[in-house]
Design a binder for this molecule. Structure first.
Ligand code: ADP
Ligand code: TRP
Length: 353
């Protein structure tokens, strides 16, 4: 009997390395990116690339449910892509593409519509809210509601499933959409799972995080819908003008001031170093610092932070800039991945070749 070779167990069994999980972020290009987006969305999403294989895409076909102006549609799509790159998105270490450049997504959207219950769509928050608004206004419930809005959750599910995403970082308002993606994946897997199974995605929701909510120039949460934003890439003189417009109370220069009731100070807190914040707080509480001086300080801090981003953004927004090249390379990577999934799905449902 041949002697058994004595290979240590640890050398015989190669321990599987846990594969890095895939995170997918979709960005709807509906307006000029602002400081709130940078602090609350862009920077936290870019940080995920340290931990996950990260995929970012511009969800332009999602914006089409409401954007009817072709020039604005084109502009916001480029502006949002340029903003993310200027803020540090590295297209070599991640996959970054425009949804409309990946036709496989739309073929899969039809396939997945065929395994999605209509009742599920009837219960979607955004659709229900649009109906409620109509009823309240005395209109037909479906007045002005297009099929894009109705089918929005299926397209979003496909964005997620097509890239075999494990996690999807979203705000609380998008949680239902990620749950729907998991549901729809489950329906497919139930029917065809012996041939192909979709990865079931999970949402990552940031904790209710007031520390990351930037106030707008009127003191309410900064939001396009309140028209109170500081857009990220304003030219210097316009940024200065907007900062000057932030309302302040009429406390005279020499009086002590309450930093925490000042919008100017609250915005500063998101951008200045801890030392500068502590020092400014002390000076305000001591009196002798006017609101005008504080606004100048805020402008200087913002401008120092934003100037390099603004420069990169301006370059990328030039026609024929590297932006187009990066998006084309990203689309090729995304299509390669999507093509693989689509071929398996077509085979699973009975379409060969
Ligand atoms: P808006 O309210 O301006 O329409 P969006 O709804 O397009 O902004 O938000 C895009 C992302 O930016 C979301 O993840 C949202 O949480 C984040 N965000 C928007 N406004 C702020 C803010 N003022 N502070 C922190 N994060 C914000
Ligand atoms: N619906 C998302 C929003 O309004 C945008 C989006 C589209 C998205 N497809 C996605 C987000 C896929 C995450 C994953 O913000």
């Amino acid at each position: 009997m041949a002697a058994k070779s004595r290979v240590p167990v640890s050398r015989m069994i190669r321990m599987p390395q846990p594969a890095t999980k895939v995170s997918l972020t979709g960005i709807k290009p509906t307006g000029e990116p602002h400081l709130g987006n940078l602090i609350g969305a862009i920077r936290p999403a870019l940080k995920l690339a340290e931990e996950y294989d990260s995929i970012y895409f511009i969800a332009d076909y999602h914006a089409l449910t409401s954007e009817r102006d072709p020039a604005a549609f084109r502009h916001y799509t480029r502006a949002v892509a340029a903003a993310w790159m200027a803020a540090g998105l590295d297209p070599d270490r991640t996959i970054f593409y425009r949804q409309s450049d990946v036709p496989e997504i739309f073929e899969l959207t039809w396939i997945m519509s065929c395994v999605t219950g209509k009742g599920l769509m009837n219960r979607a928050h955004a659709y229900k809210a649009a109906r409620d608004r109509n009823v309240e206004a005395g209109e037909e419930p479906d007045f002005g509601i297009n099929m894009g809005l109705y089918n929005y959750p299926v397209l979003m599910a496909v964005d997620i499933l097509m890239m075999e995403s494990d996690v999807v970082p979203v705000g609380r308002d998008q949680l239902q959409h990620v749950e729907y993606a998991a549901d729809i994946a489950g329906s497919f897997n139930h029917l065809y799972g012996s041939s192909y199974r979709f990865t079931i995605p999970e949402a990552i929701i940031p904790e209710a995080d007031t520390a990351h909510t930037v106030p707008g120039i009127d003191g309410r949460k900064m939001s396009k819908s309140y028209d109170n934003t500081l857009p990220l890439f304003l030219p210097e003189n316009q940024l200065k003008k907007l900062v000057r417009r932030i309302p302040t109370d009429s406390t005279p220069v020499e009086e002590p001031k309450d930093p925490d009731s000042s919008t100017v100070f609250q915005i500063l807190e998101h951008f200045a170093t801890p030392e500068v914040i502590a020092d400014t707080r002390k000076r305000l509480e001591a009196g002798g610092v006017g609101w005008g001086e504080l606004k100048n300080q805020l402008f200087e801090v913002l401008n120092a932070e934003l100037a390099p981003l603004r420069e990169r953004y301006t370059e990328l927004m030039e026609p024929g800039s590297d932006l187009d090249k990066y998006l084309a390379e990203g689309a090729a990577k995304a299509r390669e991945r999507a093509g693989r999934v689509l071929r398996s799905v077509r085979g699973a449902i009975g379409i060969d070749g």
